[in-house]
Design a protein around this ligand. Structure first.
Ligand code: G3P
Ligand code: CA
Length: 310
């Protein structure tokens, strides 16, 4: 399997020059009996709280994740970075500058140093209409703290960010998943999905545990296209694809769904776009406003039901 995937990886990287120029990376896996009862396999359309309910609270903080749950997000989306002392933390950027009062690269800071930073005040200053006193002084959570807080009742959509910067990131992630019993003795999970822009990172995870459901992210700069060959390759290791919504169209979604892959575009914050994504056949989406998507989804299902009744 390893050799086969390595060859595929090479094949994929050589595939279409246009595709490579458009996308920063590729990815996807086969949904089967290995992947137990997560929302994905219940054929549910999933509401992914992007960095938590980050339209309302400082991204990647416990209150943001809590709001995501309260607003009925099915998944808490978590971006991972790794500290100088090898701990996985929830943060989008490689630098702490944007979302804390500190400066510098996560890889150059210990967890103790990062724990001293304020991860909430920036939000109050940037979004005064959403500001809350309680956001002042929030701390950056570790992945372990998130698992401790939300447990195995929650679902987690975890991204390996900048894996080339963090050797051993995937091994540490799988260790934490095991320590917190997010995978069973057979390596299966009910509530975790791993996503990455890096095909290499996903293949590494797949090699270590082929039962973990994976989603390949893409960042298209131009109008997105994808071939059957690319989707066949993705399907060997992932269950779905997650491209930027603003560069895809109905034809792209049809291609993806024809390969029986999940389609989870990011980051969809406008009602009209959410509706469009659903009409195209999205099986879920990343949003900063899970409450809004919940409403749109309810309306969409209602309209669809009424149409079928006629
Ligand atoms: O993970 C889906 C989406 O979050 C990818 O973009 O930059 O927000 O991590 P980004
Ligand atoms: Ca992400």
């Amino acid at each position: 399997m390893k050799t086969n995937l390595s060859m595929k990886k090479f094949g994929l990287s050589m595939m279409s020059a246009a595709f490579i120029l458009q996308a920063t990376s590729v990815g996807a896996l086969a949904a089967d009996e290995n992947h137990t009862n997560s929302s994905i396999y219940e054929k549910k359309i999933v509401n992914i709280a992007h960095r938590g309910a980050s339209g309302y609270a400082p991204e990647h903080t416990i209150p943001s994740y809590q709001l995501g749950e309260q607003m009925k997000g099915d998944y808490i989306e978590i971006d991972l970075q790794m500290t100088k002392d090898g701990r996985l933390i929830a943060m989008h950027d490689e630098k702490v500058d944007r979302t804390t009062n500190g400066t510098g690269l996560v890889k150059d800071l210990t967890l103790a140093e990062i724990k001293k930073l304020d991860a909430g005040t920036w939000f109050n200053e940037k979004y005064p209409q959403m500001a809350k006193k309680s956001y002042e002084g929030l701390v950056v959570p570790t992945l372990e703290e998130v698992f401790k807080k939300f447990g195995r009742q929650a679902n987690y959509y975890i991204e390996t960010k900048s894996p080339d910067v963090y050797p051993g990131m995937e091994e540490e992630l799988l260790k934490v998943l095991k320590d917190y019993k997010m995978v069973d003795s057979k390596g299966r999970t009910k509530n975790v999905l791993i996503q990455s822009f890096s095909q290499e990172s996903l293949l590494k995870v797949h090699d270590m545990n082929p039962k973990l459901p994976l989603v390949q992210l893409f960042s298209y700069k131009n109008q997105a296209t994808i071939s059957d060959e690319e989707l066949d390759t993705i399907k060997e290791y992932a269950i779905g694809v997650g491209p930027n919504f603003n560069k895809v169209d109905g034809q792209y979604v049809e291609m993806v769904r024809n390969h029986d892959l999940q389609f989870h575009p990011y980051t969809v914050n406008e009602r009209a776009d959410m509706k469009k994504a659903l009409e195209w056949g999205a099986t879920g989406l990343f949003t900063n406003y899970p409450d809004v998507f919940k409403e749109v989804l309810t309306e969409y299902k209602h309209d669809k039901h009424n149409k079928n009744e006629k």
